[in-house]
Design a protein around this ligand. Structure first.
Ligand code: ATP
Length: 268
């Protein structure tokens, strides 16, 4: 489904002396249909930059990103093609506040998803889909619809963004720290929704997280990122059992409760 080939991103800043940051450094990997992969690494390791390039928000400095064989930066240019791409590839970012315009009611992000699917938000079908999407993420539509972003908590806003994905049912979902601000029971519910995306729709998920425990739990393959590079890859079991890099060992040691997290989810 998705191929990243030698993808790099260099940021340049500074006025008198130029400072360059290699945020993503020669990264290659594939994502198959129905596969959940995790990109795990500490803050600043390049995970979000990679996610934004895949979402076609940020052009790579070098390398190619192919979605079903099409180079997303060369072959997808027209407005209609872009719309179609974003119908299929959807992201939930770590800071939900950034996804909402403070001057509009939160209904707008759900209405926009319906419009992408060419469903009239005010139609019976539109209203029903909105309500079902909110219920799927454990929100009461009557309490949520009609409110402004500042009237809701960060966790509620994040769940609305997940409800938006539920409406779009993307082929590829990029979940960037999408559940880190949710309590464990809501997190379990959202994980179930992600699993449903995969099992019922054959969607693939790129799960971006600094939490190796959660990634271990959810993913088919795990990629460890460090300073812009993928330094380790394999099934979660392979990576956890035989870490090759000191950095991976540190990540694993920093989560002493990794196996207890399974129990957390079983309780949900
Ligand atoms: N627009 C930008 N301009 C300049 N540098 C940037 C920009 N975006 C990211 N960077 C730098 O690129 C590096 C990778 O950042 P990125 O946000 O991708 O990391 P991350 O692994 O997602 O971190 P976090 O978990 O904190 O979100 C960092 O050094 C960051 O400061």
């Amino acid at each position: 489904m998705l191929v990243c080939e030698n993808v790099s991103k260099v940021f340049t800043s500074g006025f008198l002396s130029k400072i360059t940051v290699k945020a993503v450094d020669d990264v290659s990997f594939t994502v198959r249909e129905g596969e959940i992969i995790s990109l795990v690494g500490q803050s600043g390791s390049g995970k979000t930059t990679l996610g934004r390039m895949i979402l076609r928000l940020l052009p790579p400095t070098s390398g190619r990103i192919l979605f079903y064989g099409r180079d997303i930066w060369k072959d997808i240019k027209k407005r209609e093609e872009l719309k179609d791409y974003w119908r299929q590839v959807h992201a939930i970012f770590q800071n939900p506040m950034g996804s909402f315009n403070p001057f509009y009611k939160i209904d707008r992000v759900l209405d926009q998803a319906l419009e992408l699917l060419e469903i009239e938000p005010k139609s019976e079908e539109g209203k029903e889909l909105k309500a079902k999407a909110l219920e799927a993420v454990d929100l009461n539509p009557d309490e949520i619809l009609g409110k402004y972003p500042h009237q809701l908590s960060g966790g509620q806003l994040q769940r609305i963004m997940i409800a938006r994905s539920w409406i779009l049912k993307p082929k590829l979902l990029i979940a960037d720290e999408a559940v880190s601000m949710l309590d464990v029971s809501t997190r379990g519910k959202i994980m179930e929704i992600f699993n449903e995306f995969r099992n019922k729709l054959g969607s693939s998920i790129i799960f971006i997280s600094h939490d190796i425990g959660l990634s271990y739990f959810i993913s088919d393959r795990l990629f460890i990122m460090y300073k812009g590079k993928i330094v380790e890859r394999g099934t979660p079991q392979e990576v956890i059992d035989n870490p090759k890099e000191d950095y991976t060992r540190l990540l694993i040691e920093s989560v002493p409760t990794i196996y207890r997290r399974w129990e957390d989810f079983e309780e949900v």
